[in-house]
Design a protein around this ligand. Structure first.
Ligand code: GUN
Length: 300
């Protein structure tokens, strides 16, 4: 007798969707290379933050796999802001470098906004330069969009989640995810057109906001903050959080969890991102797309 079929999964498979994007990007890399152009991407990492080391390593491996010319410049924690700005100026003027990514967080003695404003906007594949942030808000698609929120939008599109008229609740107002996510989904665009609420540390009764969300995007950095009773049945739940929590039973004494209590929320949600394997791969996929577009624009 045949075993019963598995119940339909409500998981949004970020790895599979990122693989689709990578396949598209690889074709564009091949087209550039046939014209004698290899997209160049430089990662700049300051200090030895363990999470940043892992993230930059993952991004660099994917760049190599797609045939980009990527290098990582590692500077000591003691580097001055002036020294970092000098390196960025050198990369800005190097025609073989199409994209520059300065990994956040930066050491406390550096002014993040000054550093990000020093990257040439046309090489700012992270989408953190004020010009690109402004273009995002204006709905001007000639700029670069921050990779994680752009990746979340792509996940929603490719998972057939309709955002038009949807109540979207975003938890977190950070510059990297929360704010640009809101800017993307409130645009007048068929893949946006949402009614967006941003909740943050001063919001009264976050749970009440969460419960009316059709799409709930958790990006506040609080381990397993979203519980099952905070989610409207059938809602789409996107977990952007990556939090390291102590766990004496884990081999390293700690483990990673998202901002969503997955085991409780999955049975309530209509669709949900696993974590890992949801948003993370999409961030990298958009970074690769942005870099290839930077190279295409540089030679067009
Ligand atoms: N740190 C966490 N997310 C990001 C990102 O998307 N870009 C950079 N540069 N740093 C990060």
């Amino acid at each position: 007798m045949q075993p019963p079929p598995n119940p339909p999964s409500n998981l949004i498979d970020g790895r599979a969707i990122a693989a689709q994007l990578h396949a598209e990007t690889a074709q564009r890399v091949a087209a550039l290379r046939s014209r004698g152009v290899q997209p160049g991407l430089v990662f700049v990492r300051v200090g030895e933050d363990p999470a940043s080391r892992v993230y930059v390593g993952m991004k660099e491996r994917m760049s190599a796999k797609l045939g980009l010319n990527s290098t990582t410049r590692v500077l000591p924690e003691s580097t001055s802001e002036t020294e970092l700005l000098a390196l960025i100026a050198q990369l800005n003027s190097d025609p073989a470098v199409h994209g520059i990514l300065v990994q956040a967080p930066l050491p406390k003695h550096m002014r993040q906004e000054v550093v990000y404003a020093s990257v040439l906007p046309q090489k700012d594949v992270d989408g953190f330069h004020p010009l690109n942030v402004g273009k995002l808000l204006l709905g001007d698609r000639t700029g670069f969009r921050s990779c994680t929120p752009a990746g979340v939008q792509e996940l929603l599109i490719r998972s057939q989640v309709c955002t038009e008229g949807a109540e979207v609740v975003i938890l977190g107002r950070g510059e990297i995810v929360g704010k640009p996510m809101a800017a993307i989904l409130c645009q007048k665009d068929r893949h946006a057109n949402s009614t967006v609420t941003i909740c943050h540390s001063r919001t009264r009764d976050i749970a009440a906001h969460c419960r009316r969300a059709d799409i709930l995007i958790a990006a506040m950095g609080v381990p397993e903050f979203v519980r099952g009773n905070m989610v409207k049945p059938g809602a789409v739940v996107i977990d952007v959080g990556v939090n390291r929590v102590a766990d004496p039973a884990a081999p390293e004494g700690s483990r990673l969890v998202g901002d969503v209590a997955f085991a409780e929320v999955q049975p309530v949600a209509g669709k949900i991102t696993p974590n890992p394997g949801g948003v993370g791969p999409m961030t990298i996929a958009v970074l690769m797309q942005n870099t290839v577009r930077a190279a295409e624009m540089a030679v067009s």
